[in-house]
Design a protein around this ligand. Structure first.
Ligand code: TYC
Length: 104
C-alpha cells in the first residue's frame, strides 16, 4: 500500500505515518573531445550551468586533462534538460561536445 514507486515523493511507512523521500540527484558529466574549443566549453559552463568564469575555466581544464568532469548536480528532469541544451548548442555550432547523466 506504500507509494514508494509512484514518484509522489511520499513514502507510506505504516498506518498514519508518512515520510518525505529525498529526491534522487543526478550529476551532469561533461566529456572531453579533441575538437570542441575550450572557449565554447567555458561558455556552456557559464550559460547552461551558471558557473562563474573562474569555476567554468577550472571545470573545463579538469575535463580537458582528465577526460571528464562534473558540470552540475540536479534533479533528473533538470539534468536531462541541461544535457539536451548542451547537445543542441554543440550541434548548432558544429562541435561534437557530449555530456551524460550519472546518479549522484
Ligand atoms: N580538449 C578540447 C581542446 O583541446 C577542449 C575541451 C574541453 C573539449 C572540455 C571538451 O568537455 C570538453 N580543444
Amino acid at each position: 500500500m506504500g507509494d514508494t514507486k509512484t514518484g509522489s515523493g511520499v513514502e507510506t511507512l505504516s498506518k498514519e505515518k508518512t515520510r518525505l523521500k529525498h529526491p534522487k540527484q543526478y550529476k551532469v558529466i561533461l566529456l572531453n573531445d579533441d575538437y570542441t574549443t575550450m572557449e565554447f566549453v567555458v561558455a556552456i559552463l557559464e550559460t547552461v550551468f551558471k558557473k562563474g568564469p573562474a569555476e567554468a575555466m577550472q571545470i573545463m581544464l579538469q575535463v580537458h586533462k582528465r577526460g571528464q568532469g562534473v558540470a552540475g548536480i540536479y534533479s533528473k528532469e533538470i539534468a536531462e534538460a541541461k544535457v539536451s541544451q548542451v547537445h543542441e548548442r554543440a550541434h548548432s555550432d558544429g562541435f561534437p561536445l557530449r555530456c551524460a547523466i550519472e546518479e549522484a
